[in-house]
Design a protein around this ligand. Structure first.
Ligand code: ZN
Length: 591
């Protein structure tokens, strides 16, 4: 028996204290019964609920899933009243979950994208970080390293989905009907590959030197795989020869956030457009390319390619539903380079709003019935210096330096003749020289003792502690303990031997002219976990549900709308139709 509490928002839109593993839908049933109810009564009412016609989402011909890299729920809340174009349509007309969660602790791009269309936490997707350590070789493994696929012009950087241990919504669509096409476009390889899964028809990501690039499955040729982008890339580079992409400010209100700030001995003017660090020669200058990636221009070219593929591949016009996954990376690059509370992010979100508006207008004009989903791979926190200005105890720390310091301390205390620890500072791995079980236990104990002496560290867990932690399936995601969040992104083979959380509001790394990133993400704190989740389609009768849901709910929700049954997943199908007709199969009801 499960008791559920239902309340009504001031708007009259029903909301519910949502637990994980439980459908929040059937809002007509909620309205009829109201107040507090027991599951048995609810189940009976659900079985009796008539399937009214009229407001159910159409069975979409095209699913467009947009991930805005680093688009925190806090940024969405902060700017939603300013949106006037595409994001306004999504947030005023659509189904809005302002408190979506990337449930896990390792809030990086690859794990976050791995949850969006699999319905699984990173503990199941295997994508526990952007990079992890291969214990056998001691080598770093990038999450989309895949020696079974080549990448044109990148002989030393094979890419593909081999490390993704589960299937995606796109894989399910193709299994249900092989005529479904699965297409992905992103500024980043890891985002495009995680969202499109194991059998994409086309997947492209931005490569500074080559334009949009892809991986080549066995039996295909590079020329064939690159055909959809070959002319597109050539035209871009021809256009940028001598005239690099520009950043035209479009929201003058962002000027109130302008002004110089110092980060260590590094100062940023904080104005829009940000001054270009490079010499403007896109074709030859790495600093110019970095400036480009951290500008709205990267999203513009990504969306331009997405729109081209809609037209040329006739997405949404085939006999079976298609998936177009778009991950827009500029918000993330801007957040890292300039922080998320400056005029740069303010103007970027205005560009994003406009860009999505143009996409929706074009879909309207083409008469394509698309169901648009928008969410993010993780949130972020502003640079510690500006967070501190607002009264929070925010500082900088260097996780890389922490690894070195702890390794040295353990080496000295145990009188070892090798460095016993490696990792990124959030995950510590005992190196292979220390892998003898008895010695490994002593190294871990000594490292934990050394870590406890550092005030910037909030919590330390051994892999054994996290492996023994099972997040309760019916616990609301905003109530997970730190250990439970870490368990959601723990994998026995790939995760570290010690997992560390730094105190809230910490910025990682010390900025300098050579290392210009001032802010980021990756922590288990809610500013990095909480992201908006929006659904929209033409004619949607939207509502807003403020209580927490999860990004792992997106894939089963889309599966419900597509009329296909997903494999077992961690998320649940969320009804999007205000209960008048179910967009979720009855099998997802709580028992
Ligand atoms: Zn990201």
């Amino acid at each position: 028996m499960v008791a559920m509490i239902f309340t009504y928002a001031a708007s009259g839109r029903p909301v519910e204290k949502g637990k994980r593993g439980m459908n929040c839908g059937r809002l007509d049933a909620i309205r009829r019964l109201g107040g507090m109810m027991m599951a048995a009564a609810m189940a009976l009412s659900l079985l009796a609920a008539p399937a009214d016609a009229g407001t159910a989402p159409p069975r979409p011909k095209l699913f467009i899933v947009i991930s805005v890299d680093q688009f925190s729920a806090a940024l969405f809340d902060q700017y939603r009243s300013r949106f006037s174009a595409g994001l306004k349509r999504l947030e005023t007309q659509g189904v809005v979950f302002p408190n979506g969660y990337q449930s896990h602790a390792a809030t990086e791009t690859c794990p976050g994208h791995s949850t969006l269309l699999t319905g699984r936490h990173p503990s199941a997707t295997g994508i526990i970080a952007n990079d992890w350590r291969d214990r056998a070789t001691g080598r770093n493994v990038y999450c989309v390293f895949d020696p079974s696929h080549t990448v044109p012009g990148r002989a030393d950087q094979p890419r593909g989905p081999a490390n993704l241990r589960v299937s995606t919504f796109g894989d399910w669509l193709k299994a249900a009907d092989p005529r479904s096409r699965v297409v992905g476009v992103s500024g980043k390889d890891r985002a495009a590959i995680m969202m499109t899964g194991h059998h994409p028809d086309a997947v492209f990501w931005w490569d500074d030197e080559r334009g949009f690039n892809t991986y080549v499955p066995a039996g295909r040729t590079a020329a064939a795989q690159l055909k959809p982008v070959a002319g597109f890339n050539d035209r871009l580079f021809a256009q940028w020869h001598g005239r690099p992409p520009a950043w035209q400010p479009i929201d003058s209100r962002c000027g109130t956030l302008a002004g110089p700030h110092s980060y260590g001995d590094f100062t940023i003017d904080h104005r829009v457009p940000p001054p270009m660090n490079g010499n403007g020669d896109f074709m030859r200058d790495a600093a110019t390319r970095q400036w480009f990636r951290a500008s709205p221009a990267l999203d513009s070219v990504t969306m331009a390619l997405a729109e081209k593929l809609i037209v040329e591949m006739k997405l949404g016009r085939g006999p079976a539903p298609d998936l177009l996954a778009i991950s827009l990376s500029a918000t993330d690059y801007i957040g890292h380079l300039y922080g998320n509370q400056g005029p740069e992010m303010c103007d970027q979100l205005a560009h994003l709003d406009r860009l999505i508006g143009t996409l929706l207008d074009r879909l309207d004009a083409m008469g394509i019935t698309a169901l648009v989903t928008l969410s993010a791979d993780h949130g972020s926190i502003d640079a510690a210096e500006r967070v501190a200005e607002r009264g929070f105890a925010a500082e900088r720390t260097s996780p890389a330096a922490m690894v070195k310091a702890i390794s040295r301390s353990v080496r000295d205390s145990l009188k070892l003749d090798f460095d016993p620890l490696a990792g990124d500072g959030q995950q510590f791995y005992v190196t292979s020289s220390g892998s003898d079980p008895a010695l490994k236990g002593r190294i871990i104990a000594a490292a934990v003792a050394a870590l406890k002496r550092h005030a910037e560290i909030a919590a330390i867990f051994t892999a054994d502690e996290i492996a023994a932690t099972t997040p309760p399936r019916d616990k609301p995601v905003d109530e997970l303990t730190l250990a439970e969040r870490m368990a959601e992104s723990y994998d026995a083979q790939r995760s570290g031997d010690i997992l560390v959380a730094y105190r809230p509001y910490m910025s990682f790394g010390i900025p300098s002219p050579g290392r210009r990133a001032i802010a980021g993400h990756g922590s288990p704190w809610n500013y990095d976990r909480r992201v908006p989740i929006l659904f929209w389609w033409p004619g949607v009768q939207g509502f807003e549900q403020a209580l927490p849901v999860e990004t792992v709910d997106i894939a089963p929700t889309l599966a419900g709308l597509a009329g296909i049954t997903p494999p077992p997943v961690d998320g649940v199908c969320r009804d999007l139709d205000r209960g008048s007709a179910s967009s979720c199969p009855i099998t997802h009801e709580p028992e």
